[in-house]
Write a new protein. Structure first.
Length: 280
């Protein structure tokens, strides 16, 4: 089993469940010390299944090392503490994965101002701020890797007529924020390339069946064919976290479609098994 990230330290936000948990587990399997961050440390804070304790157990079962730090990405002080505690406990910071966020899908007249601010803080301001806080330390080390989690909803839907997901209402703000993080990623990649720091996007092609997605109720008989396992997006994250920063940056990788393109096999989250072979 590869240990391509041995000696490196990675932060993954929103790591108590779902995509964040999968990426954290996969980076740990590659030898990284993974700082897993979320609000739910030992007990869930939002009623959804999954805590940092659960993720730490998965990482350790695969032979990896996890450091748990409670963090609310909506709070500026908590974000700063996450970076400070990482440096204090792990001594360095190499990889930052901005994943945290729980989508609110509501029609325009059902959205509250507080919800709109909360969503913007989670999906746009927190990744920007954490990147701002992490970059000086990466510069000192001579290289760094930043990975943001995007979405296929960032792309303009075809229409009219539009599909049911678009016309049903509820995705407008979420999709707009994901489009913003795609644009932010490319701009920061250009700005930080000279510093040997890469900034890339990983995103699912369809949907990944996480506790948050299940709670939204968007998976139906019609849409379940578009559900994919988290293994592909986690593999794409490993690609970006192990590549030379100056040579692979500013990319928007749509999980298995990107892996098909570069002929990269997908390994299980513990790194031990190839679950999708792609001939190089």
């Amino acid at each position: 089993m590869s240990q391509a990230l041995k000696g490196r330290v990675a932060i993954v936000t929103g790591a108590s469940r779902g995509i964040g948990q999968a990426i954290a587990q996969r980076l740990g399997a590659e030898g990284a010390t993974v700082v897993i961050a979320a609000r739910s440390l030992s007990q869930t804070k939002d009623g959804l299944a999954g805590t940092l304790d659960d993720t730490a157990k998965l990482i350790e079962q695969s032979g990896g090392k996890a450091i748990k730090i409670a963090c609310d990405v909506e709070d500026a002080r908590s974000r700063a503490q996450l970076i400070d505690e990482t440096l204090k406990l792990a001594g360095r910071l190499d990889v930052l994965v901005n994943n945290a966020g729980r989508a609110v899908h509501a029609k325009l007249d059902e959205f509250t101002g507080a919800q709109a601010l909360s969503q913007t803080e989670q999906y746009l301001l927190a990744p920007f701020d954490l990147t701002r806080l992490a970059v000086p330390h990466m510069r000192k080390q001579g290289k760094g890797w930043i990975i943001n989690v995007g979405s296929s909803t960032a792309f303009m839907p075809e229409g009219p007529p539009w599909d049911r997901y678009t016309t049903h209402g509820g995705a407008a703000l979420y999709a707009a924020l994901k489009a913003s993080i795609h644009r932010l990623t490319v701009s920061l990649a250009a700005e930080l390339q000279a510093d040997n720091i890469s900034v890339n996007i990983v995103a699912p092609v369809g949907a990944i069946l996480t506790p948050g997605v299940e709670a939204l109720g968007v998976i139906t008989e019609e849409t379940k064919a578009y559900v994919e396992p988290a293994d592909h997006i986690a593999e794409a994250a490993v690609v970006f976290a192990t590549a030379e920063p100056k040579t692979l940056t500013g990319q928007i990788a749509m999980s298995y479609m990107y892996l098909d393109q570069i002929k990269r096999s997908t390994r299980s989250l513990d790194g031990k098994t190839v679950i999708k072979e792609r001939a190089a």
